[in-house]
Design a protein around this ligand. Structure first.
Ligand code: NAD
Length: 358
């Protein structure tokens, strides 16, 4: 039924159904690292939920998917409460949406159209976000995003990644939480799935050891649907020894709690994190105009298939941290950032290209 034709009763029933359905899909995706439906289908349901809520604002449910980030942490892990919440990002699907974002930012800050406004653009890495807490330069804990407020304790697992230093280099703040994305390259993903299919991965070997002597142990062959799920499933292992065998990488692009923020802009803090010993994305740039952002988006889109890892868009962030602070947050998004998504059609092309390479 078109949203415009829905009666309030039908709308309420559908919002209830969508909340339950999307919560179920979230559990498959975030907790089991095995999506039940395609991202396109999932995103379509989320958009329909939003459209119904926009038409019937009084019917927005307390458990609405549009107010939620991720899903509750799995009982497999100890919990870590985030000192600063880990949120999601608002989406832009067109150049016009990006221009709207800049207009909203200017209006909120009461900035004239002619006043300078620097915005950064960087690839949106398709992995899972991780928060790394350093005290006196030493890694003390690592947590997944979870539901944004409480994440999963994956400290021992995170310590096995080469891209995650146990000690920060240089002059780091006494308390500093580095945030970024754990991801897997296309080549490593293909090799891992092959290994899983052969059954010679430690995760698959475990049930065999428990099998009865002489009996052929029932062995489930589990392969990952995509590099994002492979990264999440590999980091979120009970046994860190399994994670150690998985080729995971990490890009730092954000931060949480900090006793002192090492810079006055997004650009400066990312440079500082590179100085502390992290990988940062080489395609991050800073622009003073929307045209620059869009040009960079097109360039990244053109380079996409050659990057060797999945990205699903470009993230724009207001560069000046004082302005970020003034802009603050709205429900599940920062007001100072937006993700400019690639179209689904291009996503399919990339997936096909990967399959051919494999
Ligand atoms: P999101 O992934 O669209 O955006 C927020 C995330 O982007 C952040 O948490 C961060 O991890 C990540 N990110 C990557 N690079 C970044 C950068 N440079 N700067 C800042 N952040 C960066 O939002 P979401 O709420 O985490 O997840 C929604 C996505 O997950 C959608 O694409 C959806 O299709 C998919 N999903 C699919 C299913 C399914 O069943 N298929 C279920 C749930 C979610």
């Amino acid at each position: 039924t078109p949203v415009d034709d829905l009666t309030p009763e039908a709308a309420a029933a559908e919002l209830e159904r969508l909340a339950a359905l999307l919560a179920d899909y979230d559990r498959h995706y975030y907790e089991e690292d095995a999506p039940a439906v395609s991202d396109a289908e999932y995103d379509g349901l989320r958009r329909r939920n939003l459209a119904i809520e926009a038409r019937f604002p009084d019917l927005v449910r307390a458990d609405s998917p549009s107010l939620k980030v991720g899903t509750a942490p799995s009982a497999k892990f100890a919990k870590i409460r985030h000192a600063v919440p880990m949120l999601s990002l608002d989406n832009a699907f067109s150049d016009e949406d990006v221009a709207d974002f800049a207009r909203r930012v200017r209006r909120f800050l009461k900035l004239a159209d002619s006043a300078p406004l620097a915005i950064t653009a960087e690839p949106k890495i398709d992995g899972l976000s991780l928060s790394l807490r350093y005290e006196e330069g030493r890694l003390v804990s690592a947590a997944t995003r979870g539901d944004g407020s409480v994440g999963e304790d994956v400290t021992a697992n995170a310590r096995t990644l080469d891209d995650i230093p146990n000690r920060l280099m240089g002059d780091a703040p006494a308390v500093f939480e580095v945030r970024g994305e754990v991801y897997m390259t296309h080549a490593d993903f293909a090799a891992l799935n092959e290994r899983l299919a052969r059954g010679d991965d430690p995760e698959e070997a475990a049930p065999a050891a428990e099998g009865e002597a002489g009996a052929e142990p029932a062995r489930k062959v589990r392969q990952f649907a995509n590099p994002r799920n492979a990264a999440a499933g590999s980091l979120r292992q009970k046994d860190p020894a399994v994670t150690r065998e998985r080729p995971l990488r990490f890009f730092a692009y954000a931060w949480g709690q900090a006793s002192a923020v090492p810079g006055a802009t997004q650009t400066e803090v990312v440079e500082a994190m590179a100085g502390f010993g992290f990988q940062t994305n080489p395609l991050m740039r800073r622009f003073e105009d929307i045209e620059g952002l869009i040009r960079h988006y097109r360039m990244i889109e053109a380079e996409r298939a050659a990057l060797g890892y999945d990205i699903d868009g470009v993230v724009y962030k207001v560069d000046d941290l004082k302005l970020q602070e003034r802009l603050g947050f709205v429900s599940r998004f920062p007001r100072w950032a937006i993700a400019h998504k690639f179209s689904a059609e291009q996503a399919t092309t990339v997936v096909r290209a990967i399959e051919i390479n494999v």
